[in-house]
Structure formats: C-alpha cells, structure tokens
Design a protein around this ligand. Structure first.
Ligand code: ADP
Length: 281
C-alpha cells in the first residue's frame, strides 16, 4: 500500500510539474509574442514620428522661404524705385511677409512654451462678444480679397466671463484663417457665439452656476476626410491630398488650438463633410 501511495504521489507531483511547465512555457511564448508585437509597434511609431519630423522641417523651411524671398525681392526693387505709389506697394509686401514670418516664429515659440509648461493662463473679466467680434473684423478684408463671405452672429447683448484674451485670440485666429484658407471663392465662413448648458461640465466661474460658451467657426470649404478627423489635432499632422501642395502649412495650428482650449478649461471638436465644409466648435 505504502509503495502504491508513494508511486501515486510521485506521479501526481510529476503530472503537476509537467502541467506547470506547459503553462509557464505557454506564458513565456505569449510574453515573447507580446514583446515582439509591442517592439514592432514602437518601431513603426518611431518611423512615423521621424517621417513627420522630416516633413515638418521641410515644410517649415518652405514656410520661411516664401516670405523671405518676397521681402528680399521687394527690398531689391525698392532700392531703385522712385515712384511713390510703387514704393508703397513694395513696402506693404515687406510688411505683409514679415508679419507672416513673425506669426510663424510666434507659433513655434508657443509650442515650445507649452512643451516646457511655462504657459500660464492670464484671465481677466472680458466681454467675449465684443472680443470675438474684434477678431472677426480683422479678417473681413482678407475674406473680401478671397471673395468669401465672412459672417458673424451672436446672442443679443453681451456675454461676459473670465477669459485669457491672448489665448482666445490665438485660438480664433487659427480657426478663422484655416477656414478662409480651405474655402474656395464664393464660399462662406461663419463665426458664431452662443450660450449653452454645460452638459456634465461646470463653467469655471466663482459662485453661481454659469452657462458654457459655445464658439463655432464653420465653412463651406473642401472638408476633411472622415478617417483623417481623429488625427488633425496632432502636432505636425497635415491632411495629405492632391490639391494642396505637400509643402504648404506646418500642421502646428490645430495642435496649438487643441492645447490652448484645454488650458482654458474648454474642449474642441470638429465635424466635416468632404466637399461640403467643416465646423469647429
Ligand atoms: P496647417 O494648416 O498649417 O497645415 P493645421 O494644424 O492648422 O496646420 O491644420 C492641419 C490640417 O487640417 C490642415 O493641413 C488641413 O488639411 C486640415 N484643416 C484644418 N482646418 C481645415 C478646414 N477649415 N477645412 C479643411 N481642412 C482643414
């Protein structure tokens, strides 16, 4: 009996060890596979980021080159130009192009400030209706030049609250200039402002419950393909298609918008239909 008991116990132990061993082997194979998959995923992501960086440097160089070339040749022509009308034209080219360069450099600095966490919210009591109207007004002549109707609508009266004017300006400038850039002649860009219930969110107001403020920039432009929508707020990401040259734009604008809106305790979303238009809220 003793012998039988020993044999059974030993067999049971052996069976258990085999079983454990099998389990461990399966687990180690699974771990190996997971590590392999994750590594492949990381390498793919790294290649993607490398590609985006290269494209970004190429794009940014082109973005610098165009206005610099314009400034350079306008300055050359200015040297020999005596007619006041023509001089004024050259000077305004220089002014416009250097303004573009300044915006670009400021965007890059904003990005760096966000990265290092040194961007702070400087809120003050602001009438947001007139603030947005002022920003909108700055784009009227640009829209006229492009033969685009630029509309503005808001609730009657004023809406006041705590805002960082500089941040609101940057968000709106990016959205309105994108809308104008991607909308063809005879199209329409609309800026609208409304109050709405803060569904699930609380407006950052002291004391009493305040409604949330909804700002929309919509256009009747070329739209964004559905599958690209989740990525357009990524840094350096640009929708690639046949009718915009690879080297136009930098893909920073919307990444800045997304970050600034979050800093301002808000959220931004986009809806778009290819060939019909886009709405940023
Ligand atoms: P950039 O305009 O410099 O390329 P953005 O970050 O501002 O960079 O925009 C990212 C991409 O999103 C753009 O390349 C463009 O394809 C797309 N996009 C942004 N706004 C609009 C719009 N209003 N209509 C159509 N496409 C848009």
């Amino acid at each position: 009996f003793l012998f039988l008991a020993v044999v059974t116990s030993v067999s049971l132990i052996l069976i258990y060890i085999r079983f454990r061993e099998k389990g461990l082997l399966a687990r180690s194979a699974w771990l190996e596979n997971t590590v392999r998959d994750k590594t492949a995923e990381l390498l793919k992501k790294r290649d993607e980021i490398d590609g985006m960086k290269t494209r970004f440097f190429t794009n940014i160089s082109h973005e610098f080159r165009t206005p610099l070339t314009l400034i350079n040749s306008a300055a050359d022509e200015l040297i020999d130009e005596n007619e006041p009308g023509k001089r004024a034209g050259r000077i305004s080219t220089i002014k416009r192009s250097s303004g573009r360069l300044l915006t670009l450099v400021n965007e890059l600095l904003d990005l760096a400030r966000m990265e290092s966490g040194t961007l702070v919210l400087k809120a003050e009591q602001v009438d947001i209706t007139s603030e947005i109207r002022l920003i909108w007004q700055n784009y009227i002549s640009d829209a006229d030049r492009r033969k685009i109707e630029l509309g503005f609508e808001s609730v009657p009266g004023t809406i006041s609250g705590w805002f960082d004017k500089e941040i609101i300006n940057k968000i709106m400038q990016n959205l309105i200039s994108n809308a104008l850039k991607f909308t063809p002649e005879n199209g329409k860009v609309q800026v609208s402002l409304a109050e709405e219930e803060c569904a699930g969110r609380r407006a950052q107001g002291a004391g009493e419950e305040k409604p949330c403020i909804k700002i929309e920039v919509s256009d009747t432009g070329k739209g964004i393909p559905q599958e690209e929508l989740p990525r357009i707020f990524e840094r350096f990401y640009r929708v690639r298609n046949s009718d915009t040259p690879e080297t136009e734009g930098t893909g920073i604008g919307l990444a800045i918008v997304d970050e600034l809106v979050k800093r301002h305790y808000g959220s931004v979303r986009v809806e778009s239909r290819l060939g019909e238009g886009t709405k940023f809220t």
